[in-house]
Design a protein around this ligand. Structure first.
Ligand code: GLY
Length: 376
């Protein structure tokens, strides 16, 4: 059922190699991608797409391009280019760690471990959290966590597995617990971001960065929560994380419009002039649902409902949002939104949307997940 969509996606990845020519897709500009250097939070997604496509096809050209990206990530680490943020997990899980998972390349493993150490530099012992953005002495940022960070935690869990050093895992688990307690609300919706007193760790309050209001639920944030908590459950076995992933997933699926693809925020006022979708949020949520279903028993009362939610979202993404059949399109998924209120790419391709769409298609078709954890 998913094969045609995968074939189309992989052909686009193959075609894009020459056009991108060592640069990285970030967000769309019409039918093309805006290309950037290896200096943003998004660069790992292209690398991950190359590795996924390489695994699917065995094409040496894809392997070569994927390996080139890891060389570039090596240089980035050596030079410390834009690594003062928590998205080290996105960057290195889908590049160096992917190479380790696919090829058992020791140099790639070592690079991934360096990335985990780099991420640990953001651990704030007094507050007991990973600082999302900014430097330690940045008073506006040094108390902030954000929900997206949950996808950076697999790098730390993995590093503990590899080294037998519990330090990384302890930090990841504390971060996940704190996220569960403060970012997820009583009705299973979520804050995008939360602030603590960096000296004492006292909670201050929730806020948003990319959502509609501080009290609303940014769709992509909710999606990061579904996948992130399901992955924390995979690594820790703590049933609280599974329960939270499940509740956040139910909230997500229950709040979708008729075509099963999310608006960019779940609390947009009725009659809003441009109620943009965020197809990338739905792609991430679908990847998270697939992960969650791996851990739920089929007799769980919500298993069938969530499985249906996953199928409906992916079917709609393929038929209503993908560029399948359009060879002139560079991106895979249309109608993603980056930062609507900030005026950044409210209705374009998002490279992370493309990555999670392809990851989920391959998981549904072939049973292989992405590069968040070691395969059995
Ligand atoms: N992690 C940044 C974003 O989702 O826009």
């Amino acid at each position: 059922m998913w094969k045609a969509a995968i074939e189309d996606a992989v052909q686009k990845v193959q075609r894009n190699i020459a056009r991108f020519d060592g640069r990285y897709p970030h967000v769309g500009e019409g039918k093309q991608y805006a290309l950037i250097g290896n200096d943003d939070w998004t660069n790992g997604f292209w690398s991950g797409m190359l590795w996924l496509s390489c695994e699917y096809t065995g094409d040496p050209q894809l392997r070569e391009a994927a390996r080139h990206t890891v060389e570039s990530f090596h240089r980035r680490m050596d030079e410390g280019t834009v690594l003062d943020h928590h998205d080290i997990g996105f960057l290195y899980s889908l590049s160096a760690k992917a190479q380790w998972i696919v090829e058992r390349d020791e140099e790639a493993r070592q690079l991934t471990l360096r990335a985990a150490d780099k991420l640990m530099e953001r651990w704030r012992e007094q507050g007991g959290y990973l600082q999302a953005w900014g430097r330690k002495d940045d008073a506006a940022e040094n108390g902030r966590i954000i929900i997206d960070c949950l996808l950076n935690l697999p790098l730390l869990y993995w590093a503990s597995e590899q080294t037998d050093n519990p330090l990384y895992r302890n930090a990841a688990e504390q971060q996940a617990r704190k996220s569960r307690r403060y970012l997820v609300r009583g009705d299973d919706s979520s804050y995008h971001t939360f602030f603590f007193n960096p000296e004492t760790g006292e909670p201050i309050g929730g806020a948003t960065h990319q959502g509609y209001t501080n009290g609303s639920t940014w769709a992509r944030g909710q999606a990061w929560g579904i996948y992130g908590f399901a992955l924390s459950y995979r690594y820790t076995g703590d049933p609280a994380f599974l329960e939270t992933a499940k509740r956040m997933a139910l909230y997500f699926v229950q709040h979708l419009p008729a075509d099963h693809v999310a608006y960019w925020d779940f609390a947009l006022p009725p009659g809003m002039e441009q109620p943009y979708r965020d197809s990338s949020a739905s792609a991430i949520a679908a990847a998270g649902l697939a992960e969650l279903l791996d851990h739920l028993k089929e007799e769980d009362p919500v298993y069938a409902y969530l499985q249906e939610g996953l199928n409906q979202s992916m079917t709609s993404l393929v038929h209503n949002y993908s560029t399948a059949g359009d060879d002139s399109a560079e991106g895979l998924l249309q109608h993603g939104s980056y930062h609507v209120r900030g005026g950044l790419a409210p209705d374009e391709y998002m490279i992370w949307g493309d990555y999670f769409y392809l990851e989920t298609l391959l998981r549904l078709e072939r049973g292989i997940g992405g590069y968040w954890y070691e395969r059995k």
